[in-house]
Design a binder for this molecule. Structure first.
Ligand SMILES: Nc1ncnc2c1ncn2[C@@H]1O[C@H](COP(=O)(O)OP(=O)(O)OP(=O)(O)O)[C@@H](O)[C@H]1O
Ligand SMILES: [Mg+2]
Length: 186
């Protein structure tokens, strides 16, 4: 991968054509993602823990969402708390989570539309949450205007390889789908 990165960088330096440079920059961004994914696969292969670091979520999450939506007819509006806490995250994993949720939202609105993303600081008390311990967290909510997920399907969405996509979309449910991710704050 190092060789590919090096060659693309040299091509960017040598090229005077802005169109070509634009494509080369996109290639570099894609390579960055491939590098993150490879790193993650290596982490799992070694049975290692996620690579967690204290990170500012924005603009990183916004850039990830914009990248996932580039060239599509779906836009994203952001409502981010100004004093958002930095979080302890594995950047590559969070990048993938955002990427997948945004692509799901986009696929749920084939005729186009708007996604709303919000980010808030939240404090969770003792035994207040099924899975999270008491502490400070950042909650990211992502809402689309698509068909939504029926209650029956909702119970299955985390089953590995569960999908409704190759078949016709026949889900009937509320008009809005909202996903929330909560990340630990340092
Ligand atoms: N925003 C959404 N709106 C409506 N349905 C959704 C949304 N997100 C997920 N789903 C439903 O949950 C199912 C599982 O989603 P998941 O992302 O795991 O797989 P997929 O999107 O079908 O396939 P893949 O992500 O591997 O391309 C989807 O097939 C779809 O039925
Ligand atoms: Mg998906």
């Amino acid at each position: 991968m190092g060789g590919i990165f090096g060659c693309i960088n040299i091509a960017i330096t040598e090229s005077k054509d802005s169109n070509v440079n634009q494509y080369l920059s996109k290639a570099l961004n894609t390579m960055e993602r491939a590098r993150g994914l490879t790193q993650q696969l290596l982490t799992f292969a070694k049975g290692g823990a996620p690579v967690q670091k204290t990170t500012l979520l924005f603009p990183f999450i916004q850039e990830t969402a914009q990248f996932a939506l580039s060239g599509s007819n779906v836009s994203c509006r952001y409502d981010i708390a100004k004093d958002l806490w930095p979080c302890i995250i594995d950047k590559s994993q969070i990048c993938q989570v955002i990427d997948n949720i945004i692509i799901n939202a986009q696929q749920a609105m084939p005729a186009g539309g708007a996604i709303e993303m919000s980010a808030r600081n939240i404090s969770i008390g003792d035994k207040e949450h099924q899975m999270l311990q008491k502490g400070n967290y950042v909650r990211i909510s992502i809402k689309d205007q698509g068909i939504g997920i029926s209650k029956k399907m909702l119970a299955r969405i985390f089953d590995p390889f569960f999908t409704t996509k190759p078949k016709a979309m026949v889900l009937v449910s509320p008009p809005v789908t909202q996903s929330s991710i909560v990340m630990a704050e340092q």
